[in-house]
Design a protein around this ligand. Structure first.
Ligand code: AMP
Ligand code: ZN
Length: 114
């Protein structure tokens, strides 16, 4: 989608530090990490947010979950643990309107999100 920053990252029009990639998803380092590990996992299809997901998109959800497993191994948090977050809407604090999952870890995060 035009003017979508994460679409431009999937097509490499905008550079990113890629952690993992396959035909369905790309995972790259968050520009403003909130923890030692903070990687974003993004479908290579413009889906605005989790409320826009349709049955046809489920292959992307499967791919995202599998990619999260790969990211966890690559970043070395597969044994220590991590948190996965997707923000939606105003109260959720979504700022980029292309579905993405934050993989956060590398330290003990505690019970609160922040
Ligand atoms: P959210 O608030 O859930 O929409 O998260 C958007 C995330 O995207 C934030 O954590 C930003 O730091 C991150 N972000 C925005 N632009 C970029 C970019 N060009 N490269 C990497 N991360 C980005
Ligand atoms: Zn997009």
């Amino acid at each position: 989608m035009e003017d979508c920053i994460f679409c431009k990252i999937t097509t490499k029009e905008i550079p990113s530090t890629i952690v993992y990639e396959n035909d369905k998803v790309i995972a790259f380092e968050d520009a403003h990490p909130v923890a030692p590990v903070h990687t974003l996992v993004v479908p290579k299809k413009h889906i605005a947010n989790m409320m826009e997901l349709t049955d046809e998109d489920m292959e992307y959800i499967v791919a995202i979950h599998k990619a999260i497993q790969e990211v966890a191994k690559i970043k070395g948090v597969d044994k220590t643990g991590f948190r996965v977050i997707t923000n939606y809407g105003e109260d959720g604090g979504q700022t980029v309107m292309h579905l993405h999952y934050h993989v956060i870890g590398g330290e003990h995060l505690g019970p609160k999100i922040r």
